[in-house]
Design a binder for this molecule. Sequence first.
Ligand SMILES: NC(=O)c1ccc[n+]([C@@H]2O[C@H](COP(=O)([O-])OP(=O)(O)OC[C@H]3O[C@@H](n4cnc5c(N)ncnc54)[C@H](O)[C@@H]3O)[C@@H](O)[C@H]2O)c1
Length: 342
Amino acid sequence: MPVKLGQIGLGAWGKNLLRTFHGLPETSVIIACDSDQKTLSKISPAYPGVEFTLDPAKVLDNRAIDAVVIATPPASHFELASKAMENGKDVFVEKPMVLGIEDGRRLLEIADQTNKILMVGHIMEYHPASLKMKEYIDSGKLGKIHYLYATRVNLGKVRDIENSLWSFAPHDVSLIVFLLGRMPVRVTATGADYLQKGIEDVSFMTMHFEDKTMAHIHVSWLDPHKERKLTVVGSKMMAVFDDTESSEKIWLYDRGVDTKMDYNTYGEYLSLRAGDIIIPKVDSTEPLKLECQHFINSVKTRTQPRSDGRDGLRILTILNAAQISMEQGGAPMEIFPNAYNV
Ligand SMILES: NC(=O)c1ccc[n+]([C@@H]2O[C@H](COP(=O)([O-])OP(=O)(O)OC[C@H]3O[C@@H](n4cnc5c(N)ncnc54)[C@H](O)[C@@H]3O)[C@@H](O)[C@H]2O)c1
């Protein structure tokens, strides 16, 4: 039996989710909603078998569907996702899961109480290049991870509710926490609003981990470059994941600084190693398709998705700390990973 879906939000990203879920053989999209008539009129002709509505309640109350996909602006995620689960539907909600820690905690409780699948659209956790990077890190190929830095910048859509931190950084925070498999202990962030008062167009945040590993994230929609890149510096090798590259997404550098057993001076003790550069083959399946398949599989098998509500709450905890740090001019914020039982 196909999983019967309803979707709310068919904007810039929602239309991609609709196209992808609609194309999966094990899924049947029954109803789709957007509160904007123009958006509905533009999208509906391509999906003759799908019912379209302006009213989200028609999706949330629909008895014919098993699950709801939510791709509305983040401020509406909590209300829509909680109602969907309370009405007996599994939920896929776009990132960020919600905008506040308390709402995040409550959403998780509702998922637990109703026994519903709650998956957050942390798409980078499904990207084939992320899985390859994780394989390199977990196998020890890169050695001990010293530090990472991610850049996600462009001259792009200016949001008017959530700032660049909440809009872009969920991708990089979720990717880095997924790759390292642990939470930071401290977060600092700074940012500035140039276009709209109180909405930071550019944010710089740093996550500090227990063993001195450090991860820096730079996000902006006010930048001359289009970059989506993560660099990982390990004690044995270094790796770059460039998501703007069409096929050569990962570059592995056999570069580092070795220590010699036999030396006379400190200069001789440390020797630079500049070895080969390897560009491994990475599966070219669309990350969005893998993410949507993962949700459908979780619904069918009743197993927790990789980016479940707990993962959503973890990322929320970090973003929330970064936001407070930014508001306090970059003050360090401690993270207590167990505080939310995640
Ligand atoms: N995973 C990714 O790579 C990715 C990329 C972009 C955006 N997103 C996320 O997707 C979500 C949507 O972003 P977007 O760029 O598509 O925004 P958008 O503004 O382009 O689209 C949102 C749509 O939701 C509709 N809408 C708003 N409130 C509604 C409601 N209560 N009921 C029904 N429809 C409603 C709007 O009319 C609009 O068409 C956000 O959470 C965003 O962070 C994810």
